[in-house]
Write a protein that binds this ligand. Sequence first.
Ligand code: IVH
Length: 691
Amino acid sequence: MADRGIVEELERLRKEVSFHDYRYHALDHPLISDAEYDRLMSSLREMEAEHPELVTPDSPTQRVGAGPVEGFDEVRHVRPMLSLANAFEYQELEAWHNRVTQLLEGAGFQMVCELKIDGLAVSLTYENGSLVRGATRGDGFRGEDVTANLRTVRSIPLGLQGRPPRVLEVRGEVYMPAESFRRLNEERQGRGEPLYANPRNTCAGSVRQLDPRITASRNLEIFVYSLGHTENGGSRSMPDNHWDSLLALQELGFRTNPHNVVCTDLEQVEDLYRSWLERRHDLPYAADGIVVKVNPFAFQDVLGYVGREPRWAIAYKFPAERAVTRLLGIGINVGRTGSLNPFAMLEPVNVGGATVKMATLHNEEDIRRKDIREGDWVVVERAGEVIPQIVEPVLERRTGEEREFSMPDRCPVCAAPVVKLEDEAMHRCPNVSCPAQFFELLKHFVSKGAMDIDGLGERWCRILIDQGLVADVAGLYSLKAEQLLELERMGEKLASRVLENLERSKERPLSRVIYALGIFHVGSEMADLLAQRYVSLDQLAEATLEDLTSIPGIGPKIAESIVEYFTVERNLEVMRKLREAGVRLFRETADGGAQGEADLPLNGLSFVLTGTLSSLSRSQAESRVKELGGATSPNVTRKTSYLVVGQDPGSKLASAQRLGTELLDEDAFLKLLGLKPLGLKLLGEPAQRAP
Ligand code: IVH
């Protein structure tokens, strides 16, 4: 392809991907499947890899750019980012409406009502349609430049649709969807790490990460809720009211909230508020009220500001889900990895419609920092689906009878002396056979993301342990029908379902088995990574600290924990028993047999791919090569064993020809991968060599 052609093709691909981003994020109406989208994205990635000099900052591939930064620069907002006055009751809303009506001399006006998203306010600036700056609100006048982090938020367009003004600033709320928060905490629990308190703080922390790759992993989203500063208005005339500006923002590619509505009177506003009050927990994100905004900009100008709050808008807040109650005592729960987790036992109290009896307390340091004492009156908060938290003690109500808390010296379940590592906030029971730990481990082992043994819920785990039927996770596989049938409330149907599911679980992929073992710091993503690198559990068990830390994404802490796990005799014993029971402890391979790394078919071979393959995506091909012991790399060097040449190969082909690297076409490559090719020919040879 001529250079001009490549430039144009890249431009076309970028536009196409951006357009589909817009359909998906801004309009919530995709035109192509995820797979088609991925294909487009890989074509773009591939072309850019071949022409790195042609990569533009607004390319959809450039969300995660350079590595960590030292700190954030300060950004002055061209127009201050204001806050909102609050109304907590209808009377306050009515008073606001009366005042506005009076100032507008009785003129009628429409109001735009929006959900008040509980996240972090940000400002995004675009120049000539490209995102140039993303900033936090800060004190309203000066915020922090978090551009690199905000670029990783998929619903923030890097380039705009249509014809935007030369300079366009918009404002919106970045938030962490409830599901992302839940998954993040699940992952943390899997690694035995302390849980995050709520989506809002976690979102704020994620936006202020020094390493954009961490922000990228947090799956944040945005709703844009207002137009900020603009210069040189673009092709169309600027909207003269808030509602039209939201529509215009959506057309430019921004994600606006689909629940935004126009109300003509207060009764409608109140109805809307009441209906959200009931349904707000059904939203996939946290909202703490509705925002009511006077629609015409001309009226907004007349109304102006009082201090830092506009008179033309008000936040009608949902009642805070907080209550005051008595902290009866602090209990300790022993986690799967032996962590001692303090929790608050509370005098039952109604918080936002639910009765709360318990709250999390994180760790001893947290209790000290908040100065929470047993017997205190405490403020309890419930944020959405999140576990209730203790905000603070009510110091005014202290009598002097309260007791300061300290962690026990011995595990409350098995009485083993507790250990506390210096760099960890947590106390830990070191006894791997502690019954409390084992219960948590067993629950984890049978859970959906692990061995997925349907039918064995928490209650049955408890019973199996209490009845002495299982003493370690491998013990599950020795369970007999007769033993199960003796248990109260275990019928034949359930017993045979459990046994069937146990049988089926023996074929789970290696990554699930690794995850199921419950190794400290090894969540499901880490387990995936390990299963890609090691062909079997035995191989993983033999890995040294150096081996492990040489894998990108594995630091010394994780490596140590893995090595340590396989030095414990009891754990090795469990591994042996699992193997004897017939649980597959190695990676599934082409012929289904177990293989050590040395006899993997592509061991020692290195592959480079160019062009598009018709039967496999780039990433499928790469992971297949790795599975079979081979390596892939982006560039052809003297060490490259094969260049795999797909449709429309790039400049790598020329490099390979120069270096004399052996070329493989798609069919030959598939054959090597143990996949059925459609026909086989080696490049440069006659096409007739049938498979
Ligand atoms: S309008 C001058 N609309 O609430 C008007 N704010 O207390 C500025 N927020 O800092 C804000 N959802 O972070 C507006 N639909 C929405 C909002 C919203 C959430 C936040 C925003 C702002 C705070 C004001």
